[in-house]
Design a protein around this ligand. Sequence first.
Ligand code: GAR
Length: 196
Amino acid sequence: AKRVAILISGSGSNMVALAESMTGDHPARPVLVMSNDPAAKGLDRARALGIAAEGIDHRPFGKDRAGFEAALMARLAEARPDILCLAGFMRVLTPDFTEAWAGRMLNIHPSLLPKYRGLHTHARALEAGDAEAGCTVHEVTAELDGGPILGQARVPVLAGDTADGLAARVLVQEHALYPAVLRRFASGDRTPLYLP
Ligand code: GAR
């Protein structure tokens, strides 16, 4: 099976959805979960699922992104993942890191890319008066939230929606989309998947 490492920063709900999907005839297995925040709730959730989980605090590295990434790389090298999944990982990666994982690294982003790269996606969709929002799984390249799209799921915007309410409904779709895309990707299928 393909070996999958998952990088998180927070609650790790997408990580759990991915990890729980990788059973039975699935072409991949989770081997490691890492966080740039050693206090991330998701690390305990990973351990509860029997997955090795480790924090590497980015803060002592200050502006030295390459130093933080070197520490990440060293631990990843031990786990030998074939695929790296970013799941709510909130650190920007350097071009050296994205190059090293080119074609092997996925991310989930809470907007219908190419709309709303970066942060505050739901507030921006509401501000723009969009009729629908959603999420995108894409390959990671040096361009932030800019790599080839592997899948999208759409969510209608409701009258009176708040950013938090919309985020919660999009998150439900993230938990369906990301595992579905990973399964296809791990079996060599990179044609985009559109849900629903
Ligand atoms: C998810 O909504 C994910 O799409 C978003 O953070 C949340 C993480 O939740 N990612 C980004 O904003 C990436 N820039 P989780 O930790 O419960 O999976």
